[in-house]
Design a protein around this ligand. Structure first.
Ligand SMILES: O=C([O-])C(=O)C[C@H](O)[C@@H](O)C(=O)[O-]
Ligand SMILES: [Mg+2]
Length: 444
């Protein structure tokens, strides 16, 4: 085991070498995903992720995970090539290195694409999403070398367990045209289906708060589903997230109808401007993982009171340390903080849990898609107990790569004809509803 002093060893010394990246492995994979509905369409049967491994000169391996669509892979490749020789502890240098070596795709500029479920798509955000996977891998390796858990490298945990929330989706029983894997959840397309799904989440994982992904059906149907949840789970925190599908007027109407049971309303309307108008007309807190997903968006949104809770996603924000910086800014402005989740595996869930453990102002139970993911690349799946995950004190992230599982999921990626390698919920929906296109917002 290395000592903490070894972090500052000269790079050429034997101990310094042990803390230096010697090799990077990138493994794109496709993981099974159920037919979950959102305002853009339905999840494809398989979704891409990228697994990052950094290997030190003494053979220690650290793992990270991030989005795996082609545009992320294109940026990850040159960073992987440039990383050997980089010191694990030089995390600040990672983003600089990425800025130097990653040529951005031509179609991404700093001002394009304000739509989509992941908020703006700027060049910086795309690159930071890639950097996040490398940062987590370096932290995992560093922790293993030093015998310290990642939360200790981030300054130390302030809690021993992190609360998660049940992430409910309207869903089909099967993927359109019977593609992909089957499961036994059945369809959830009405309030009864949503309550049954919530009941199973509560019974299996002990979750005590519930988020419903909305923007799928006309708002009155989703209001009815939230009312049904409130009746089935009296007093439990409830959230509704239509991913910006509503107008300001519709958002205010829903806030008025559900104000007594909602913990917060998540991205009822798209854009900071619309969110500010909604916030001005309701006392229901507004949360976002769409209009504040980058540092440059913070000032406008916070000074206008457009959002009361930021749902951080360490991938978007550039890693675990940037998430801590975001937390400090939120604290300064009196804005709440929690965590967003997209389809992800156990490496990212471990990373989320480590950073969440270090943030004093983590005010709400975090989102996680993890219960929907039946496949993983770690040897022991995370287990929610009473809706919480214990914070690991093992060195690094505390997870171990399952090489057989990784190889099988990579094989699926290799065998794919290209149709699953970039997430496209609208394309998947067209198989159920020919002619479907991504609805423009506001949809209602
Ligand atoms: O909270 C959110 O907005 C999300 O998690 C966005 C995701 O893309 C979600 O809508 C999904 O996976 O369908
Ligand atoms: Mg959201």
């Amino acid at each position: 085991m290395q000592t903490a002093a070894a972090v500052s060893e000269p790079a050429g010394s034997p101990r310094g070498l042990a803390l230096t990246v010697a090799e990077v492995r990138l493994t794109p994979i496709l993981i099974a995903d159920p037919p979950l509905l959102n305002t853009q369409g339905v999840h494809q049967p398989y979704t891409p992720r990228l697994i990052v491994e950094v290997v030190t000169a003494d053979g220690t391996t650290g793992v990270g995970e991030t989005y795996g669509d082609t545009r992320y892979l294109d940026l990850a490749a040159p960073l992987a090539e440039a990383l050997p020789g980089h010191r694990l502890a030089d995390l600040n240098g990672l983003a600089d290195l990425a800025a130097r070596v990653c040529a951005l795709p031509e179609e991404v500029s700093d001002s394009v694409d304000t739509g989509g479920l992941r908020g703006v798509q700027t060049a910086d955000k795309l690159r930071l999403s890639v950097v996040s996977g490398f940062e987590v891998a370096c932290l995992d390796a560093l922790g293993k070398c030093l015998g310290l858990p990642v939360h200790a490298l981030l300054g130390g945990k302030v809690r021993d367990a992190v609360d998660y929330s049940a992430y409910l989706f309207y869903r089909f029983a099967e993927h359109p045209q019977g593609r992909g894997e089957s499961d036994d959840w059945g369809a959830a397309l009405d309030p009864e289906g949503v309550v049954a799904q919530a009941r199973r989440f509560a019974d299996t994982y002990g979750f005590g708060s519930f988020k419903l992904k909305g923007g799928v059906f006309p708002p009155e149907q989703e209001v009815a589903a939230i009312r049904a949840l409130a009746e089935a789970f009296p007093g439990k925190p409830l959230r509704l997230d239509p991913n910006g599908a509503w107008s300001v007027e519709t958002s205010l109407k829903v806030a008025g109808e559900l104000g007594d049971v909602l913990e917060y309303l998540e991205d009822p309307a798209s854009t900071t401007d619309r969110m500010a108008q909604v916030a001005a007309g309701t006392a229901v807190p507004l949360a976002t993982n769409m209009c504040v997903t980058t540092f440059p968006e913070i000032r406008d949104a916070f000074t206008r009171g457009a959002v009361q809770v930021v749902l951080s996603d360490h991938h978007y924000w550039g890693g675990l340390r940037n998430t801590q910086h975001l937390a400090a800014i939120c604290r300064t402005f009196g804005v709440g903080l929690s965590m967003h989740s997209n389809t992800h595996l156990g490496i990212s869930l471990a990373a989320m849990t480590h950073v969440a453990a270090t943030v004093p102002n983590l005010d709400y139970a975090c989102d996680s898609h993890y219960p929907w993911q039946t496949e993983d690349v770690i040897t022991r799946r995370h287990v929610f107990d009473s809706g919480r995950l214990a914070v690991s004190d093992l060195p690094g992230l505390g997870v171990e790569l399952d090489r057989d599982a990784l190889a099988a999921l990579h094989r699926r990626w290799l065998d794919d004809d290209g149709s699953m390698r970039d997430r496209d919920d609208a394309a998947a929906m067209r198989l159920a509803e020919p002619g479907w296109t991504t609805p423009s917002v506001p949809r209602w």
